[in-house]
Structure formats: C-alpha cells, structure tokens
Design a protein around this ligand. Structure first.
Ligand code: NAD
Length: 314
C-alpha cells in the first residue's frame, strides 16, 4: 500500500503552508487528497510556494484571526505549521512570539474543536533547551532556553489539554533542523556568503554548536504517516536524522563539496544570538519503531542538491 493512501477524500488544512516545510508537505499532500487548503498570512511564507502546489486552495489569513479561521469549511485533519520561527527574534520580541506561537496554536485548536478534526502540531527541538542527555529522547521533558522554545512548550501543553479535555486526536512532532530546497537556514546562509566572497566564511557563534540536520523529504514522509494513522494519536515524536554535526564540520563539508577547502578561511564571531543552544541531537528510536520510518537523505547529499539547484537558477 502507498503510504498516505488513507488521506484520500480527507479535507486537509495546512496552516503555514506557504512556508518552507509547508510547501514540501503540501506538495506531497496534493498527491494524496484533492481537498487541500493552505491558510497563511505570508509573513515569511511565499506566494510562489502556494502557486507551485497544484490543487491547493489558498486563504490568506492570520491564525490569530479566529473568526476567519473557524469560518473556513470543515476539515478532517489540520497540520499546524504556522509560527514565528526565529529564535533570536523571539528573544527581542517575546510578546509577538507568544501571540503567534502560543495564542495562535490555541486559535488553531479552537478550529479543530469546532470541526472535530485531528491535529498534527509542528513543535521543535527548542522545547528541550540545552539538554544534558544525548541523543535526547521525547521523555527528556521541557527545559526551554528561549522564548521561542517556551511558546512551543505552551502550544504543546494546549494540544495535550485539548486531547484530554475535548477528546481531540492530536499528534505532536518535534523537528530538529530541517533543511532542503526553499529553506532559509544555515546551509543557504553559508552558500550565500561564499557566493559573495569565496575567500572567507564567517560563522556566527563558536562554530562548536551542533545540530541534527534532517532533510525535509524525510520529515514530510513522517508527517504524512502520523496524519494518516490512528494508532499514533496522542503520541509525541522526535523527527531528526539522529546524528549531530558541528557548524564547523558543516562549513568544512560545504567547502570540500565546492572544492574551496584550500582557499576559504573560516572565522567565528565567538558570540551567538541570545537563546541559541549548544547541541541538538535527537533520539529517533521511537519514530523509527512506531512509524516504521527511517530518514534516508544524508547531509552531504542534500548540500549537493541545494548547490545544484542554485546553479540552475543562476
Ligand atoms: N525549519 C526548521 O528547522 C524547524 C525546526 C523546528 C520546528 N519547526 C517548525 O516547523 C514549522 C514550519 O517552519 P518553517 O521552517 O517551514 O518556517 P517558515 O517561516 O518557512 O513557515 C512558517 C509559515 O507560517 C506562516 N505564518 C507565520 N505566522 C503566521 C500567522 N500568524 N498566521 C498565519 N500564518 C503565519 C508564515 O507566513 C510561513 O509561511 C514551524 O511551526 C516551526 O516552528 C521548523
């Protein structure tokens, strides 16, 4: 059986569907259901991402506008991805971050309660803060280190409350560092810097900070699985590659792929943004076992994919 076949005929709503992960998720969902709606205020998302998903309906709206959100046609399944996603911004603008990520999630849950829809919530490694256990399992608990992490914790707690009190079917997915085409993360940042000046690459922070880089196609596969299957309702899943890479090692890998290793000097600023964490390394045993899911794309493969894509667009 094709995974996700259970979604045929289901009415699916994706908040934040014009964003990076939302675009890739909606591209896959559009092959599985012909009733797909994207709800996004385009604060960081792009109209191009919406247009490139062939059969999706698009409503431009804010998740905080609960009247418009609840006025949308009934959904069976809601993927809630819309969020303020920048950790540094959350430290400078905690109220805006809280409004979007905590209150916004509550608004989406109200829509789900009205529709009796299942919810898949996009949470983050940021709920663990700076863990002391590696690889970090779902059971590690909440120790947020940034306002972003805390607003995701609040979102998760509301999800659990709605599951317990209103009987909603909810799955929480915690993402590590998702990357791929149309992303705007560290890999793209390094490639932009190198395109401007191949002699120098500046890393923000010490470069020793480590991340668990997972390709967006692997995350999308897991999201479709948790959206399709009933037995996962009420569960929390870490979605990462289950490996950790320092930013220095990432930069060296990029330089090697570009054959710049003897030319480019790597420098570090030493100081990072407030709320930045030291190490992300997910234990993905639970997702592997229960979802029969294994992330397939290596970091090297996907850096090459991004580089090839940028050459085409030049
Ligand atoms: N990319 C990652 O590495 C990563 C890691 C952990 C968690 N996540 C989570 O995954 C989700 C998607 O992240 P992404 O990387 O695709 O980010 P993104 O910024 O590309 O997408 C977020 C989308 O939400 C929309 N949005 C923001 N505020 C909104 C509002 N008030 N109302 C309606 N729409 C709104 C934006 O316009 C954008 O299209 C987020 O919830 C994020 O916290 C992402």
């Amino acid at each position: 059986m094709i995974w996700g076949a259970e979604l045929k005929g289901k009415k699916v709503l994706v908040t934040g569907g014009a964003g990076f992960i939302g675009y890739h998720l909606c591209s896959k969902l559009s092959q599985l259901t012909d009733d797909l709606t994207i709800y996004d205020n385009l604060s960081s998302g792009l109209m191009k991402n919406v247009k490139d998903v062939s059969i999706a309906k698009f409503v431009r709206g804010d998740i905080l506008d609960v009247k418009t959100l609840c006025g949308l046609p009934r959904s069976d399944l809601i993927y809630h991805l819309a969020a303020q996603v920048v950790v540094g911004y959350s430290m400078e603008n905690p109220l805006v971050d809280f409004e979007t990520n905590a209150k916004g999630t509550l608004c989406v849950l109200e829509k789900a309660r009205k529709d009796d829809a299942k919810v898949v919530f996009a949470s983050s490694a940021a709920v663990y803060g700076n863990p002391t256990v590696f690889p970090t399992p779902e059971s590690y608990g909440f120790h947020p280190f940034s306002c972003y992490g805390l607003s995701k914790v609040v979102g998760e707690e509301y999800c659990q409350m709605y599951r317990e009190q209103y009987g909603l079917d909810i799955v929480i997915t915690r993402f590590a560092n998702v990357y791929g085409l149309r992303c705007h993360g560290v890999i793209h940042d390094f490639l932009d810097k190198l395109a401007k000046n191949p002699n120098k690459l500046e890393i923000i922070g010490t470069g020793k900070q480590c991340r668990d880089f997972v390709h967006v196609s692997d995350v999308v596969e897991a999201l479709v699985k948790v959206g399709s299957e009933d037995y996962v309702n009420g569960q929390v899943y870490n979605l990462g590659l289950g490996k950790t890479t320092s930013i220095i090692d990432l930069s060296q890998l990029i330089l090697t792929i570009l054959n710049l290793q003897d030319k480019t000097v790597i420098t570090t600023t030493g100081v990072s943004w407030q709320g930045d964490v030291t190490k992300i390394w997910f234990d993905i045993t639970k997702a592997k076992k229960e979802l029969n899911w294994t992330p397939k794309v290596t970091l090297e493969e996907s850096i090459k994919e991004v580089i090839a894509d940028r050459k085409i667009k030049k």
